[in-house]
Design a protein. Sequence first.
Length: 732
Amino acid sequence: MSIQWFPGHMVAAQKKAAETMEFTDVVIEVLDARIPGASQNPMIKELGAARQRAHLKILNKSDLADPNVTEQWVHYFNKIPQTKAVAISCKKVTEPKKILALCKTLAPHRGDTLKPLRMMIMGVPNVGKSTLMNAILNRRIAKVGDEPAITKQQQRHQINDHMILIDTPGMMWPKIRYPSDGDLLAANNNIGKNAYFEEEIADKLGAILLEQYPALIKSRYKLENLSTDGIGLLESIAKKKGFPLKNHGIDLERAAITLLNDYRQGLLGRISLETPESRMLMMSQHMLGLKYWNIHDFLPEDENIARNKYQLGAGLKVLNVATESPAEKAGFKIGDELLAINDLIIAGGKNAKKDFAKQLDDFKKTLKPLTIKVWREGEEKLLSVLPVKACKSDIELIFDNSVNAYADGTNIYIAKGMMNFVQNEEEIALVISHELAHNVMNHIDAKKTNAGVGMAIGLLLDLGAAVAGVNTQGGFTDAGGRLGAQAFSVDFENEADYVGIYFMANANYKIDNVALFWRRMAQENPNGITLSSTHPSTSERFVSIEKTIAEIKQKQINDKPLKPEMKIKAIDKVEDKSASVSQVVTLPKVSSYEKLSAECKSGLLSACSAILVDASKENSSIPRDALDNSIKLFKESNALSDQDKLVFYDYSMSKILKPEKDLAEKFIKELLLKEDQGAKLRDVEDKLSSPFITFQKDKKNNYCNEALKIDSTNFNQDEKRRFLRISTNCSK
């Protein structure tokens, strides 16, 4: 379970900190020296970066941390521009005195009576900010306690006539991105006790201690033999300490509290729970370059294809092996059946992929070679494979005919319509690079809108390291019912263009035709990229792209590293809440909506039809009540024209969850019996969008022949565009 903790008073504290940051010269961030990475608040970094403030990182409680590891962290932080790090213990009276002098070196232009040096102390709860404040001021002005979130309000202190110090409440952030960070913060008592179970945290803490500091555990609890896991350690502590329960069991809760308290108070010895290297490994994903599937990745009606063409059953088989990946080097082949991993059986069935993925994750954390048993050509084989660090974003093909692609912060989703639209691998690399930039720059975490949920079968591809290129080989797998259409601000889109082109250049793809691709996109799907409130204007975008290409080419000529020039990231721009309201998609005039809705309510079918046409668009903002009224009238009316029925069908099929699907399909069947050309167009379009049509050439030829017989004379612009897309697909 992922731990989250963000008390209400912290919202106001965050807002106040953002206001104070404008008048701050140096940000003093207090970290716990035992978990310097996990105890960093990303919001503090964002606020400071937005104002380009100098940053002093204080690794407090260093007397409790492993000194060798603390030295690594200080060296790591000191390599960051505009940042200085120092390890201290507030128990040593002289050490806090260093801080004012260090702040002065970070802002040498401040520090006199006219321009006093303004410093702000920040950090997550219970890292010792108040103790540090008392030590710096040499008087007790802040309440101190061994529990998180004691300080609730900002406090301003005039040290002398040329120095000002602001103390802030301990601040968490709304969503802890990495579950292990929540575990470490809980172990260190930086999070309220109501947010976690002590036994679970003690179990995880025990596992780390057994691996990193077994001698200290043995010494503290006088244990001769150590368990191999956290629960086993708690059982040993409970037995040694004599923590029985009435039913002759052992009290694991008391053992958990004992372990946590002993660690927090430093009674175990000097311990660090993370190093810079372990944190980088945690934040990256270790991959094999191996994809797998089974019969449950297919729809029930397509299971015969799975059995006959791919010989699939309930067990997992290798679907794809990425070129030059660890899996390829280990000797994995497409079609290998996966039997066991490190002597643990790999189960089959509907949850096989999910269960195996969990097994893989557990073993990959050890960073040791994995032994996987496979069945190939009538015999078992043992293959040894070592995971490597790789990009975290997987790519999934969604069987949707729209010319679009999305990112959800972790994965990238590309619609089938986009795959038909791109003309070469260079263009699909451009699409991937753009969406990857959204993920890497944390745009989705900052602003999520238009989220959709649906069930689909998709293409899941491995990405190697970001600069190693893009592997576009693969096959079908379960998309897990996830499809999120994210609407980004203009700043985010500009940044995704900029960073994405750098990704392409680093992967050795040509970047000359980037602007040309977006021009084609603008013609094919004008509503997709020209909404002024969420995307740059078309001309503005092309100018910006050309500037980026020129910048990269100049670096290539001068043999300079291809790194984006990121002065201030889009996510770091702190906008006033009222200003952000204007960033939503531009809506049609309210009066026109009200008029259409009123006309629809009165029974005017043309008005209801106009609402459904607008609702079918990807970025529609039709009010819910107007849409509901239109659907209601369409369901009740006996006077629908053929075109009205097609409009309703298009609306239903345009949505991931296919609202009113039964009625839409009833309409299309009626129209097909009447030989309606628009219905024929949609019928062929649906048939050709099948995920398995690529493997059924005879069927595809038959459907294409049907398409050739369609009379497009009376088609509207949208239908003509769709007919042209089918013709292009059939000519391939």
